[in-house]
Design a protein around this ligand. Structure first.
Ligand code: ADP
Length: 408
């Protein structure tokens, strides 16, 4: 398309760049040329390195950004006469951050990268005008992204509540028949014909063991819903932390021995007692230790340490760490393992024993630990060099709890 008289360009440029002198507008007009495009023509391709700056003279265009395979494209803004685009990639020497597509027949003023840079260096007012409009656009994009996040968070919170409600209902529904089943098993056990029959006794023992394990899982489901609920009120009483840890470790002594795993306990003599909910703290430490045993191969080592620490805002606390010489954990899972039902790797290939190597679990243990830490104003995290079932780099879980949860 041939350029019309320079005046048309100048009046358009005046609309696009407020406050520029006639000389500046005139100079800019000489380095631009007019082009016409049909509807649905892509002026800027997201991800591509392109070097043209556009000022829309006539028609409309839409700016979109690719979000994901599932969500497709998102409209960022609609452009009309006097709007410009394509400057961000030129200033940053970066690929286009979005796609601009004409939605009607369009006439645009185009400026090449070299001329654009010359104009920018020559006219600080043009530079400021572009910066201002780019910042406005970025702020609008930010605002849109924040609103998106707020909406998504609301949906996620609701989904999480639904999930908790489901877990709670499922756990209650399973608990009643399980109790009945265990009752009948006890009745059966008392029959002399079963007492004296080794095979039947073994069968009954098997049913009982299965029911016990299911009961444990159901209790974990109830724990997670109770700990996760925002209404959990902590009743803090003195907790003899060191002896509690010794007792839990003693309970695991037999399973550890069966798997030739050495469990070391190393309490700093200065480790104080803390205040908190003893049942919850007991559960958190139990899950950390059982996991350490579960994810460590036979012949490995688990070391439980406690020491006094100073927590955020200078409050006194304790650190409980559980280090193992097991399979380790890749960094991408370090936060996610604390989510409900999150498990690493193929759940189907887990063995089923509670303390067997890579024994199966419902994926709730660490969610409980996180809930307990949060309820006490503490924190939990894991450090590991990564997953490696040849060299076994191990993992170390840290649990920080304040001495007085209410003061933290
Ligand atoms: P699970 O019932 O599967 O053990 P958890 O919530 O206790 O559930 O743990 C979640 C996941 O975190 C586990 O499936 C496992 O992949 C990983 N994990 C937990 N503890 C360890 C550990 N000590 N070493 C390596 N991986 C671990």
């Amino acid at each position: 398309m041939s350029d019309p008289v320079a005046f048309d360009k100048v009046s358009l440029l005046r609309l696009a760049f407020k406050g520029l002198s006639d000389d500046e507008l005139q100079e800019m007009a000489t380095v631009t040329h007019l082009s016409a495009y049909p509807p649905d023509h892509v002026l800027c391709h997201e991800g591509a390195y392109e070097d043209i700056f556009y000022i829309l003279a006539d028609g409309n265009a839409v700016t979109t950004k690719h979000i994901s395979e599932e969500e497709g494209e998102r409209v960022l803004r609609m452009a009309g006469r006097g709007d410009f685009f394509g400057e961000m990639a030129l200033i940053q020497n970066a690929p286009r951050s979005a796609t601009v597509r004409t939605t009607t027949d369009c006439t645009v003023l185009e400026m090449g990268k070299k001329d654009f840079e010359t104009m920018l260096s020559r006219s600080p007012r043009m530079a400021i005008s572009i910066i201002r409009s780019t910042l406005d656009r970025m702020r609008a994009n930010d605002q849109m992204a924040i609103q998106d996040l707020q909406r998504t968070n609301k949906i996620l919170r609701q989904l999480d509540r639904n999930k908790l409600e489901f877990i709670q209902v499922a756990a209650h529904e399973l608990r009643t028949p399980l109790t009945v089943l265990k009752g009948y098993v006890n009745v059966l056990r008392s029959f002399p014909e079963i007492k004296t029959n080794a095979t039947l006794n073994e069968v009954i023992g098997g049913i009982n063991k299965g029911a016990e394990r299911m009961h444990e899982v159901v209790n974990m489901m109830l724990d997670v819903t109770r700990i996760d609920s925002e209404t959990l009120k902590l009743v803090a009483v003195p907790v003899p932390l060191r002896s509690m840890i010794n007792d839990i470790a003693r309970d695991f002594a037999k399973s550890a021995e069966e798997r030739t795993i050495v469990v070391n306990i190393d309490h700093d003599p200065e480790t104080p007692n803390i205040n908190g909910d003893p049942t919850l703290i007991q559960k958190a430490i139990y899950h950390l230790i059982i996991n350490a045993i579960k994810y460590t191969p036979d012949g490995g080592t688990v070391t439980i340490r406690t020491r006094p620490i100073t927590m955020e805002r200078n409050t006194a606390g304790v650190e409980i760490s559980v280090r193992d010489s097991g399979i380790g954990l890749d960094a991408e899972h370090h936060e996610l393992v604390f989510e409900k039902f999150y498990q690493v790797g193929d759940v189907a290939i887990h063995s089923s024993g509670k303390t067997k190597f890579k024994g199966g679990g419902p994926g709730l243990g660490l969610a409980i630990v996180k809930g307990v830490a949060r309820a006490h104003n503490g924190k939990v995290w894991v450090e590991s060099l990564g997953h490696d079932e040849v060299n076994f780099p191990g993992s170390c879980f840290y649990l920080h709890l304040p001495i007085h949860p209410s003061q933290s």
